[in-house]
Design a protein around this ligand. Structure first.
Ligand SMILES: Nc1ncnc2c1ncn2[C@@H]1O[C@H](COP(=O)(O)OP(=O)(O)OP(=O)(O)O)[C@@H](O)[C@H]1O
Length: 276
């Protein structure tokens, strides 16, 4: 996997997040380099979604900063983050079920239309028309890339789960993000769908140049496709590094993989079977 490392495009600096008495995140720092596939892992309730929500703008950290491209975006509203190049998919599908695949993907591009979504769709003359055609062409490229040509006119709500996840990814890609946040992209998928999705994530990273920040429970996939990983446990960072380094880390093995401290056991003494 080729990684172009020229410094972090995304930085979390000392991020803490509290919900009343619950400490969802405590002093978490990490950096995602341009061109990386970077994953956040950890047990249930470790703070993964909270962290991604701080990056997308849905949550505002109680303490700490989020920087994107060197700019402090901690207080920037969500829709403005989309405009500066942060796209996302959701853990639970967030498609417009009654709209076609094509319409769903076009929604992802509305902030790119200079004339706005509705005028862009309706004003079919001159510059607006040329702009619309250019947008259509780019959307069709994404549709081809994700191999969803055959359902482009289908109503999104009627597709299989795996296909809907792919359409959601298409919509996020249509925003042309520099950084794409993927919240459990493989959740609920069968093995074949997971393999397809893993291939799309690698390709959107390598061919489309998108930096990826991902949460995913399937450890096999995470370790296969991530360049680096950060591990959270009870809202704190306990490890960060390449997948092989993280897997070998004793803190991670204990906390995340549920391994007990190594106990040197005496060989069991042979016992006579007890007569009933
Ligand atoms: N909106 C909220 N209100 C109150 N507590 C919350 C909220 N969101 C998250 N939490 C709490 O913050 C902690 C971290 O939750 P979070 O969902 O970020 O973990 P996670 O690692 O994504 O978990 P999972 O793997 O189960 O999705 C948990 O204790 C959770 O109950």
């Amino acid at each position: 996997m080729a990684v172009a490392e020229d410094g972090p495009v995304l930085e979390a600096v000392g991020v803490s997040l509290r919900f009343g008495g619950v400490r969802a995140l405590t002093d978490v720092s990490f950096g995602v380099n341009r061109g990386e596939i970077f994953s956040i892992i950890g047990p249930n309730g470790a703070g993964k979604t909270s962290m991604v929500n701080c990056v997308s703008g849905r949550y505002r950290p109680t303490e700490g900063r989020i920087r994107f491209g060197g700019r402090d975006i901690t207080r920037l509203p969500t829709r403005k983050r989309a405009a500066i190049g942060i796209g996302r998919t959701f853990q639970n599908l967030a498609l417009f079920g009654h709209m076609t695949v094509l319409e769903n993907i076009m929604v992802g591009r509305h902030h790119l239309l200079r004339r706005g979504f509705l005028p862009g769709m309706l004003w079919w003359v001159g510059g607006a028309r040329r702009e619309e055609i250019a947008h259509r062409r780019e959307v069709e490229e994404i549709i081809d890339f994700l191999e969803i040509q055959h359902v482009r006119k289908a109503v999104a709500g009627q597709l299989s789960y795996g296909l809907r996840k792919r359409v959601e990814l298409a919509r996020a890609m249509a925003l042309k993000p520099k950084l794409i946040l993927l919240d459990e992209p493989m959740a609920g998928m069968n093995l074949e769908e997971k393999e397809d999705m893993a291939r799309f994530i690698i390709d959107l990273n390598e061919e489309w140049g998108m930096t990826v920040l991902m949460i995913e429970h399937d450890m096999g996939v995470v370790m296969d496709i991530s360049h680096r990983v950060v591990v959270l446990d009870f809202g704190r960072k306990i490890a960060e590094g390449r997948p092989d380094e993280v897997l070998a880390d004793p803190h991670v093995r204990r906390a995340y993989l549920g391994e007990a401290d190594e106990v040197v056991q005496e060989p069991a003494e042979a016992t006579e079977p007890v007569a009933p």
